[in-house]
Ligand binder design. Sequence first.
Ligand code: NAD
Ligand code: AHE
Ligand code: ZN
Length: 368
Amino acid sequence: MKTRAAVAFQAGQPLSIETVELEGPRAGEVLVEIKATGICHTDYYTLSGADPEGIFPAILGHEGAGVVVDVGPGVSTLKKGDHVIPLYTPECRQCKFCLSRKTNLCQLIRGTQGKGLMPDGTSRFSLDGKPIFHYMGTSTFSNYTVAPEISLAKIRPDAPFDKVCYIGCGVTTGIGAVIFTAKVEAGANVAVFGLGGIGLNVIQGAKMVGADKIIGIDINPARQEMARRFGMTHFINPQEVDNVVDAIVQLTDGGADYSFECIGNTQVMRQALECTHKGWGQSIIIGVAEAGAEISTRPFQLVTGRQWKGSAFGGARGRTDVPKIVDWYMENKINIDDLITHTLPLERINEGFDLMKRGESIRAVVQY
Ligand code: NAD
Ligand code: AHE
Ligand code: ZN
């Protein structure tokens, strides 16, 4: 079949709207009509050329929601008409990682996914007879996409696509990092570095679990209003204080119990670790840093009890947890609507990237 898609032909170049060829689903695969997709900073990261796994031409996008149109041989858990959210972190429930119960990082198809291919080592997308690579196993910047069955969470049919698509990455990453990765307890003091599409969801998660002080740190003062609406109690603009770490330590009587880096800046990652409390502070890295970047701190910071952790997709097990997060939204337990600041047609997807780069959007959503 043919489908409209935004194609990334080259790093650093705007996406190009094309009509591409899409082959039907093979064994274990599912054809999905994507109804809406968010634009995450990670899409920009890969498009910029900073991603060591970035390959071109590719169809980016990993924050979508849609409807099953067709299933390939052997698919047993999904059928035509089911509503789904594609998962860049699949959940096969049979690999060593899934069975460990210690991580959400299912590895069954990670090798081919990172090479922009379906699990059988080929691509379903092409243009003028030449293959186009998939991205993160999802490629939601295409109106129709093919994904492995294990990379799709079935969700309730009454959830609006243009809102719950955000659960495909930002919402789950932010709230999940608080409840699944850090397991923040009521009364804890939390510091959140970067108040964009991810950081605001960390704030929302921290408020949900009953955190005490929720300190937001961002160089964009315009982020303050929205962050307060989601539960931030204190704001620090790093450009207005001598030392961010000292400012947080003073506010929290010795340091934050938990901190979250939601930017992808290795200098800030160091600050995020060092602002946590001696003896037990935990700092969770969510931000994705460019190829070659490295983090550093004095080992003494860890010797004296601070811990560095990372979180991918908020530690959520997609097929199990994503449908529950959709329920939370439908039951008004979480707010997604206010974070979706812009909705655009596919033809204007590059404007969505520009809004994010200028710090004017929280989430721009493409509606097909
Ligand atoms: P975003 O662009 O919406 O937000 C980034 C925020 O950081 C902005 O508000 C910006 O003003 C702020 N910022 C930039 N530099 C800063 C600095 N030096 N100090 C303080 N604030 C600063 O991006 P996003 O979509 O929220 O994504 C944030 C990061 O999380 C990205 O690196 C993205 O790739 C990553 N991410 C990781 C996962 C994961 O599973 N680990 C999932 C999604 C996104
Ligand atoms: N290809 C990148 C890795 C980027 C990365 O860390 N991705 C996160 C999700 S970001 C979503 O917005 C992730 O889930 N990582 C785990 C994994 O297996 O990719 C690079 O730097 O190589
Ligand atoms: Zn993302």
